[in-house]
Design a protein around this ligand. Structure first.
Ligand code: SPV
Ligand code: MG
Length: 494
């Protein structure tokens, strides 16, 4: 239901309803979560929260900015305490236009003069607006609203300014006739004498709103009996926050420590929850390409003597922004080791053998790839050698492949196979979807009798029956441990 319609229903409902003060988006959200059906955007509270007096020291557009934040995080209606409408009829109708644009459900204007003063400060000294001028303002506002359910409340300050019941009734009736949706009758007395007197004369001519700040001891049932439509609990979140901040600040100041306040303040997780952190995490899953998501890395042990290389690899991962790195022992065979560590295969996981070393750009390119499963293949390969994991691809390497996708056709582990286009260097990456495919493939293979002997190459061949695998060609710029050590020795001799 539209916020305006919600507010209109609250005001017109046959039972007593209540709305609660908020002064910024956080307090507005808390009011909604608590269960209130509406929010009072209090002028006193908003200005106090901005560190200024309730004398129109905050400009009306500054108030609008606060309201926009409040409205954005809530679904219940906001009734703005619009003071005097920030000027004459012309300013007030422009206010209505701007409020509707921000999905504010209604505004209350009071029959005082701009700049106003809070009703509880020197009330009797406050001049009231001319009735006719104020009625013109109400009409202008009602004529301006586009949404027929937008609510204009007219607040009578006759009691506040020391005028009696007669003036209060006269004004309330004039404002009703001018088109106000409800009358807010304010009183600064600590009892309900004025409100009761007014309600008895008024009957149920038109909805009445009250602000029991000063007559707070009155049982709410009395408001019900009097036929009040809506109570406004007008400033209590602001006052609660003041007291709580004063206590917390002084405790930390005098203790010079956080020890005694930690349990007294909201946990940080509650702050994140209120900010909607969870929604952002879910949205990132939906909208970020896998290359933008934080990658994690798994270093798969193939050779136990490769420790010095691992350190280098870890540093390289960190340099490339990959902070979550686990090393997986390989004593149980490549496939089994990977299977045992499958919980680390996540939404953007790089898997690397522990006995290879490569230039950083190779890793950076791989991180940027958006493919579900991508492997790094060296087109500048040698067919002979111990652990060569040769690869047959949909296309051989050529510089004209730039920007084109090449798929893995088979991991050609068998000697003498034709159509070899490169060597898998032992570095690959999976996206969230790719991770699911790999985990499924691991489950398929792990129950096979020979699973202990199966290699990553066997896994990729099985994966190919389920999902394509993309090849990222490189030319050199990497070494395995054996070649690396040979290279070191050659270096020594120079
Ligand atoms: C406010 O909350 O700003 C009000 C109510 O206008 S009162 O402070 O009682 O005037
Ligand atoms: Mg106010």
């Amino acid at each position: 239901m539209k916020k305006t319609t919600q507010l209109k229903k609250l005001i017109k409902s046959n039972q007593l309803e209540s709305i609660m003060e908020a002064h910024n988006a956080l307090s507005a959200k808390i009011v909604e979560e608590t269960g209130f059906k509406g929010i009072w955007a209090s002028g006193l509270s908003m200005s106090a929260a901005l560190g200024v007096r309730d004398n129109n020291e905050a400009s009306w557009t500054q108030v609008l900015d606060v309201l926009e934040f409040m409205s954005d995080v809530t679904t219940i209606p906001i009734l703005l305490d619009g003071d005097t409408g920030y000027g004459n009829f012309n300013n007030a109708r422009r206010l209505v236009k701007k409020l509707e644009q921000r999905d504010i459900a209604g505004v209350c204007i009071e029959d005082k003069l701009f700049p106003k003063t809070n009703s509880f400060i020197r009330g009797e000294a406050q001049p009231l607006a001319d009735i006719n001028e104020f009625c013109g303002k109400i009409k202008a506002m009602k004529d301006t609203q586009k949404d027929e359910d937008f609510v204009v409340v007219s607040r009578v300050e006759a009691f506040i300014a020391g005028w009696g019941l007669k003036e209060a009734l006269k004004r309330a009736e004039a404002y009703r006739l001018a088109g106000a949706d409800a009358i807010l009758m304010h009183s600064k007395r600590s009892d309900t004498q004025e409100i009761e007197a007014f309600m008895k004369e008024w009957g149920n001519r038109h909805p009445v709103i009250i602000v029991p700040t000063k007559y707070y001891t009155t049982p709410t049932d009395l408001f019900r009996e009097l036929g009040v439509s809506l109570t406004i609990w007008a400033n209590h979140n602001l006052r609660a926050s003041i007291k709580s901040m004063q206590e917390t600040s002084s405790r930390i100041f005098y203790d010079d420590s956080l020890l005694h306040v930690e349990k007294e303040v909201a946990p940080l997780n509650e702050v994140f929850r209120l900010q909607g952190e969870e929604e952002l995490a879910a949205a990132e899953k939906r909208y970020l390409s896998s290359s933008q998501k934080n990658a994690n890395a798994m270093i798969l042990s193939r050779q136990s003597t490769a420790n010095h290389i691992i350190t280098e690899q870890i540093d390289q991962f960190k340099e490339c922004g990959v902070k979550d790195i686990v090393t997986i022992e390989g004593d149980t065979g490549e496939l089994l080791s990977l299977y045992n560590a499958k919980n680390h295969i996540g939404e953007n996981t790089i898997i690397s053998y522990n006995d290879i070393i490569y230039k950083s750009y190779i890793l950076q390119d791989l991180i940027k790839m958006d493919n579900e499963i991508a492997i790094v293949v060296d087109a500048d390969f040698e067919k002979t050698g111990e652990k060569r994991e040769l690869v047959s691809a949909s296309q051989p390497y050529s510089k004209y492949l730039y920007g084109k996708t090449v798929d893995l056709v088979a991991m050609a582990n068998k000697e003498g196979m034709d159509d070899i286009h490169g060597e898998f260097i032992g570095l690959w990456k999976v996206s969230e979807k790719g991770a699911a495919v790999i985990k499924g493939a691991l489950e398929d293979l792990i129950n096979k009798e020979n699973s202990i002997d199966l290699t990553i190459g066997d896994l990729l061949n099985h994966v190919l029956t389920l999902h394509p695998i993309t090849i990222n060609y490189i030319k050199g710029s990497w070494l395995d441990l054996e070649a690396y050590e040979k290279n070191l020795k050659a270096g020594d001799q120079v």
